[in-house]
Structures are given as structure tokens and as C-alpha cells.
Design a protein around this ligand. Structure first.
Ligand SMILES: [Zn+2]
Length: 240
């Protein structure tokens, strides 16, 4: 193979590995982030629920305090009843007592309702917290493996830059430009094999005179359809 072409092929091979490895690293990171987002959602639900329980508990305490005050008032009024001589005054105080007792009973209903809601909330909170703790544990242990995997992948391309610059030294500037341009336009593949008069990059037929030029390996030849630089593997020449 033409030395330039061989270098280009080598360049493409390491660029493909680099791009595949980075895609894989991005996928792993997306997986870690996705799970972290899920965990954060659960954590927020726990916070909202826990605040709502606290609020209800506070309301319960306030209403219970009101009930105690009302109870004392009723007791005081009931004590006063014995001292009242006027029947009209007696009736009026009795009505007040009855209204306050009704009020107390309504407040007691509110407290019962709040107790029920708090108990329900506590149970839900417990389940959520357990879910969160379990998911966090799993996420944490899975992460260790995933982070190791990322490290492993990074090692795979650790020498990428130095290998690349070594290869670039052997290529002309215009050829590097051409390679980069086609690589961007053609989804990372700038060098394609030519096989049986077909470009393996775009699967279109290559005219015989162009195919023969590729076989000669003297010049850089591009596919007339996709512009990818064409090559034939070494053994192909023997058969041609
Ligand atoms: Zn092509």
C-alpha cells in the first residue's frame, strides 16, 4: 500500500477506536447520571413528604392547644352556672357552653383526621426512605464498577494523541485536511475499502478506470460518489 494511504488507514483506525471509546464512556456517564437523577427525585419526594408531615404535626399541636383552652373555658363557665340567679343569663351561658363544646368536638375531629394523615404519611415516608437507601446502595456499588470501566476505557486511548501526532507527521497538510473534512462529512469514515468495483463506504459501484487507479496504489483516489479515499488491502493486488 502507498505509504500515505497506509498512514491514513492507521490514522482512521485509531480515530475509530477513540470515537467508539468516547461513545462508550458517554453512555456509561449517562447511565450514572440517569440513576443519580432518579435518586434525586426520590430524595425530593422524601423532603416534600417529610415537610408536609411536620406541618400537619404542628397544626395538630396548635389545634390540641386550642382544645385545652376551650376545655378550661367550658369548665370555668360550668362552675359559674351554679352562681347564676337569672334564668336568661343562665340560658345564655348554657348556649355559649354548648357552642364551645360543639367547637371542641369539631376540633377533635380535625385532630383525629390529622393523626390519620400523619400515620399514613409516616408509613409512606418509611417505604420511600427504604427504597431510596436500597437504590442508593445499589447505585453506589454499581458506580464503582462503572467508574473502573471508564478508567479502563480511558487507558485504551491514553496514547491516542501521541500515536496520532506521530502519524500526522508522515502526512501532507492538504491530505490531513482532506481526511478531516471527509471524516466530519461521512460519519467518521474517510477511508473506505474498494472491493470488486464497489466502494465499501457508500456501497456504490466504482467505474473500472477509477478502480484500476486504486489498485495501482500510486495516487490518492476518491470515491466519485461519497468522496471517501479508497484503498485495497495488500492481498487484493496479488489477485488483480
Ligand atoms: Zn463511496
Amino acid at each position: 500500500m502507498n505509504a500515505q494511504l497506509r498512514s491514513l488507514k492507521e490514522l482512521q483506525d485509531i480515530d475509530i477506536v477513540w470515537s467508539d471509546v468516547n461513545k462508550e464512556i458517554n453512555n456509561i456517564n449517562a447511565k450514572i447520571d440517569g440513576k443519580a437523577r432518579e435518586l434525586e427525585e426520590t430524595r425530593q419526594r422524601i423532603e416534600i413528604l417529610s415537610n408536609s408531615i411536620k406541618e400537619k404535626d404542628l397544626r395538630k399541636k396548635i389545634v390540641e392547644g386550642e382544645i385545652r383552652t376551650d376545655d378550661e373555658v367550658v369548665k370555668r363557665w360550668e362552675g359559674r352556672l351554679k352562681e347564676i340567679k337569672s334564668s336568661r343569663e343562665y340560658q345564655a351561658l348554657m348556649r355559649e357552653i354548648s357552642l364551645t363544646k360543639k367547637d371542641i368536638s369539631e376540633k377533635e375531629d380535625i385532630v383525629l383526621q390529622l393523626i390519620e394523615e400523619i400515620e399514613k404519611g409516616d408509613a409512606e415516608l418509611k417505604t420511600l426512605q427504604e427504597d431510596y437507601d436500597n437504590s442508593f446502595k445499589i447505585w453506589n456499588s454499581e458506580n464503582t464498577g462503572l467508574i473502573e470501566k471508564i478508567e479502563e476505557l480511558r487507558n485504551k486511548i491514553k496514547n491516542n494523541d501521541s500515536k496520532r501526532s506521530e502519524i500526522l507527521k508522515t502526512l501532507s497538510g492538504s491530505l490531513i485536511q482532506k481526511y478531516e473534512r471527509i471524516r466530519i462529512q461521512r460519519d467518521g469514515i474517510a477511508i473506505a475499502e474498494a472491493k470488486n468495483y464497489v466502494c465499501c463506504g457508500c456501497n456504490m459501484n466504482i467505474p473500472p478506470q477509477i478502480y484500476n487507479q486504486v489498485l495501482k496504489r500510486e495516487n490518492i483516489v476518491s470515491c466519485p460518489h461519497c468522496q471517501r479515499i479508497l484503498y485495497v488491502p495488500e492481498e487484493e493486488k496479488m489477485n488483480a
